[in-house]
Design a protein around this ligand. Structure first.
Ligand code: ADP
Length: 423
């Protein structure tokens, strides 16, 4: 038996009916007990583990777990096995009482609760009183209890399976919706983009004036942004469903990085930033998909530009280290707190206030959808590589900077290809 505690005795009351809960709680508080209440069996068991009550009162007919099942568990747990458990129910049949006792209850009281008798009854149980089942019916009641348990288990498993099927259906619908709607958007956007480029060529030749040129440029930038957003959504859904298919070929990494620098140099210049790359001419070709690798790397460089104030530096370097290509993208920007360094690779994870979202995409701290790094990580992993970030922390005035590392293996990601092909 546990030793008697010095403070008030703790009583746990498990009951799903709020009125009974309030009534009994008030009654027991008035008697000087420390009272804990739980709304259902699972919460009751958790609370019992924490507070180790001297006695447990439990309702029998509760939704997720019956009072009998709660009693069976309480008698199994070392923290609670010595505490008497009293079942409270409106069922007055003798067999109900016997089943409660074989399930692990030590006492059985009927509802409605007799408020005058309850305190004395509790005292009796705390002093060691226990009710017993007659040996002649014990085996039979145990069998009945076991059958009830198995039937409820079967019912619960069936309910869970149904709920699981429903969740899968809803999840598939959500994924299908994203894929279908982005594909539906992609075609018209590609058309608009093509025609605007044509229009720009025409207006450039016609010299219609700065005002019209500026309008066409703005439409072009906005369409490009829309195109990038749809691309990211499609890529993320392909990565999520492991359907990203790589067209593997030996990739000239220097060429890929050069094209990114060329594309982003005008933006960096506008921000008075220095964007440079190391000499990569001696690197061996990497097995990979050049288009996806370009997308993966340019997302990181894009961020480096975004999260570095005007006048900063962004450097891209690559080394051949033991059968692996180690690429680093360093910036002199605001940095990233350690607590977020893993989570920024999750989809839709953004640290900046969404109020920044209306700003220019390449402007300082101009927020995006939080898909860029998720796409990058998905592509790098599909290549059998990994990506992580190193930064002292975030400090907008001290500017500690961030360094993204990407490891790409020199061997083709064969295993992944096989799993993709099997699907
Ligand atoms: P977004 O498209 O919104 O930029 P990302 O997935 O590319 O989303 O990045 C997620 C978050 O990681 C960003 O909101 C930003 O807070 C942080 N982040 C990414 N790169 C950097 C960086 N170079 N410096 C500081 N913070 C960064």
């Amino acid at each position: 038996m546990p030793t008697k505690p010095l403070g008030p005795l703790k009583i746990l009351y498990i009951e799903d009916d709020p009125n009974s809960r309030r009534l009994v709680e008030r009654l027991l508080l008035a008697e000087g007990y420390e009272v804990y209440v739980a709304e259902d069996g699972l919460a009751g068991l958790e609370l019992a583990r924490q507070v180790r009550p001297a006695l447990v009162l439990t309702d029998v007919n509760m939704g997720t777990m019956t009072g009998h099942e709660v009693a069976t568990r309480l008698k199994e747990m070392p923290e609670t096995r010595h505490a008497p458990v009293i079942a409270m129910t409106a069922n007055t049949m003798q067999t109900d009482r016997e089943i409660a006792l074989v399930a692990g209850c030590d006492g059985y009281i009927t509802k409605p609760i007799d408020v005058d008798a309850l305190p004395r009854l509790i005292e009796k149980f705390l002093a060691g009183a226990r009710e017993h089942v007659d040996d002649t019916v014990k085996v039979q009641r145990l069998e009945e209890y076991r059958n009830t348990l198995v039937t409820r288990l079967e019912q619960t498993v069936a309910d869970l399976q149904r709920a699981n099927a429903e969740l899968r259906r809803a999840d598939k619908m959500k994924k299908d919706f994203v894929v279908i709607s982005s594909h539906e958007l992609r075609t018209p956007i590609t058309l608009i983009y093509g025609y605007i480029k044509l229009l720009k060529m025409e207006t450039d030749q016609l010299a219609l004036g700065e005002h019209l040129d500026a309008i066409v440029d703005k439409i072009l930038t906005a369409t490009q942004r829309m195109n990038d957003a749809v691309d990211s959504i499609i890529n993320v859904s392909l990565i999520d469903s492991e359907q990203l298919e790589l067209a593997l070929k030996p990739v000239d990494l220097q060429g890929v990085v050069q094209s990114i620098v060329q594309q982003l140099q005008p933006v960096a210049l506008q921000r008075n930033q220095k964007l440079y790359m190391s000499d990569m001419s001696t690197l061996p070709p990497v097995p990979g998909d050049a288009n996806y690798l370009r997308r993966a790397l340019s997302n990181v460089v894009d961020n480096a530009i975004k999260y570095t104030p005007d006048g900063g530096e962004i450097g891209i370097e690559a080394l051949n280290e033991f059968e692996t290509i180690h690429i680093t993208i360093s910036d002199t920007g605001i940095g990233i707190d350690r607590a977020h360094q893993e989570r920024i690779f999750e989809k839709f994870y953004v640290l900046e206030d969404t109020a920044y979202h209306s700003t220019n995409r390449t402007g300082f701290m101009g927020g995006g959808m939080g898909l860029g790094l998720a796409v990058t990580q998905g592509i790098i992993r599909a290549h059998g590589g990994r990506i992580w970030v190193d930064s002292e922390g975030k400090d907008v005035s001290r500017l500690p900077g961030s360094r993204f590392h990407i490891m790409l293996p020199m061997t083709a990601p064969v295993a992944r290809e096989a799993t993709i092909a099997e699907k």
